[in-house]
Each structure stands twice: as structure tokens, then as C-alpha cells.
Write a protein that binds this ligand. Structure first.
Ligand SMILES: [Zn+2]
Length: 268
């Protein structure tokens, strides 16, 4: 059944082939935060991951062979942030602006250029563990996907797919499109203002902690200092931690917990 026909008839799309049990179990067991999910959430995630694999095309760069296990590892983590965004394949519509997922064996060096106020061009290299662009493919370094850790709150797949959510309104500014009536706010503008105000406060604190650590020898922050880059990076870095280590996230970012719960786990 074509997807458009399912939608037209209001039918919920089912995966054409369910994921093999062994493959699913091994993938779950590699990530403590997945085994902690309720049984109903696990089966929902399994269904979404199967649909995600049907929709997306994986490309291994530099000769990298993508195994089923690798593709599923990426699919599960990509589906986790959107799994509560409606029934059927509705959650995956947040990712329907692209098809390709390009996986490199390790980090990618990108050539960048900036022009300063005097018009002088500065060329530099940036090392990327992943990259997401509006309406473009997602790029991931397998070495970094494999280095995901609940303890350190690091997860590059969640990071890049959260950027994708953030970019759905055109810009990565730290605020994804929010549902109507988000946290009791009457208008979309009020919801966005509330989101940005809470996120900004948490970001300012995090940034200060990073500066204290880097310049004054204070204890390093739990999360990657890269989150101090700007609000959009902070949102992505904080979301990784929210999904993979909720307990530590709640301690470190108590004010963000109700905000992220309201967005990622909407009550219906
Ligand atoms: Zn990023």
C-alpha cells in the first residue's frame, strides 16, 4: 500500500517486515536507557524503527559497510525523540524532509570559511562527528555513534536528529516547532517565548560553568562544553543527556526537565 493512500484513508501504516527478534534484543541490550523503557514504549519504538528503516537510505562513505545492526542502532536512537509524537507513522513525518543517512567510518574534516568585518576571508577546518542540514541528509561518524555513553550523556545520533526537529521551522535556533497549547500557553508566540526563556537561563548557567572550568580550573561540566557554543547546540546536547541519562539530567538541569517532558512526552 503506498504511503499517500494510507494517509488519504487515515490508515495507520504498519511495517512491511517486522524486525527480527534477535537483532532487536541485541540492539536494546547495548543501551541501558532503552532497556529501562516500559514494554509498551519498547514495542512502539520497535515498530517506528522498522518504518524508519523502510523510509531511509543508508550510505556508507569511504567503503564503510553498513550492517543491519548498525542501521538499526541509528534508527532506534533517531526514533526515540519523536516516539510520542502521535500514532502510526506520524512521528516520522518530522523526518520526511530527507531520505539519506551518510555514515563515515570516523570524524569528518570539513573546510570552512568565514568573512570578518573587514572582508578578510578566514579558512579553517572543522572536525565533525555528525551534521544535519535543513532538507538535507544526516551525516554521522560511526566511531562517534559507537562511542555513545549514558554515563557521559553523549549520543551523536540523538544530537543530529534533534537538530532536525529544531530546523523544521527553517532555522536551528534552539526552539523546535511546538504543539498548540504547549504548557498551557495560549499562542504559538507565547509558547516559543516560554521555551526560549527557560532554555536561555539553563544555557547561561551552563556557559558560565564551562568558562569557570576552562579558564579558572573549576571542575569540568558533565556535558560536552560544545553545548556552550550557542543555544541550538545547547538544546541538542541537553536533549542527548535527557534521553540517555534522565536521573543525572534531572540533577544537573532541573529546570529543563518539565520543559523537555512537556515536549517529548506530551500528555494526550
Ligand atoms: Zn550540533
Amino acid at each position: 500500500m503506498p504511503r499517500w493512500l494510507d494517509r488519504l484513508l487515515g490508515r495507520e501504516r504498519q511495517p512491511r517486515r517486522p524486525l527480527p527478534d534477535t537483532l532487536w534484543q541485541t540492539t536494546l541490550e547495548r543501551s541501558p536507557y532503552l532497556t529501562e523503557l516500559a514494554a509498551a514504549e519498547q514495542s512502539r519504538l520497535r515498530e517506528l524503527s522498522a518504518l524508519f528503516l523502510e523510509d531511509k537510505e543508508f550510505h556508507g562513505a569511504q567503503g564503510l559497510q553498513i550492517t543491519d545492526a548498525m542501521a538499526l542502532t541509528i534508527a532506534v536512537q533517531a526514533c526515540l525523540p519523536v516516539m510520542h509524537f502521535g500514532a502510526g507513522d506520524q512521528p516520522l513525518r518530522w523526518y520526511d524532509d530527507f531520505v539519506g543517512i551518510v555514515v563515515h567510518p570516523d570524524e569528518v574534516v570539513a573546510q570552512r570559511e568565514v568573512v570578518d568585518e573587514l572582508g578578510v576571508v578566514h579558512a579553517y577546518e572543522e572536525t565533525l562527528a555528525g551534521e544535519a542540514m535543513p532538507e538535507g541528509p544526516v551525516m554521522l561518524s560511526w566511531q562517534d555513534v559507537d562511542a555513545a555513553s549514558s554515563e557521559s550523556g553523549y549520543n551523536v545520533v540523538i544530537h543530529e536528529f534533534v537538530h532536525k526537529l529544531d530546523m523544521r521551522d527553517g532555522t536551528a535556533d534552539g526552539c523546535p516547532p511546538l504543539p498548540t497549547g504547549f504548557m498551557g500557553r495560549a499562542s504559538a508566540r507565547q509558547a516559543r517565548e516560554h521555551w526560549l526563556a527557560v532554555l536561555q537561563t539553563a544555557y547561561d548557567r551552563f556557559r558560565e560553568a564551562v568558562i569557570r572550568a576552562e579558564r579558572f580550573g573549576a571542575e569540568p561540566t558533565w556535558l560536552d562544553p560544545y553545548g556552550a557554543e550557542d543555544l541550538a547546540e545547547f538544546y541538542a546536547v541537553a536533549s542527548e543527556a535527557y534521553f540517555v541519562n534522565r536521573a543525572r539530567f534531572a540533577q544537573e538541569f532541573a529546570m529543563l526537565l518539565p520543559l523537555f517532558d512537556a515536549y517529548y512526552r506530551p500528555q494526550r
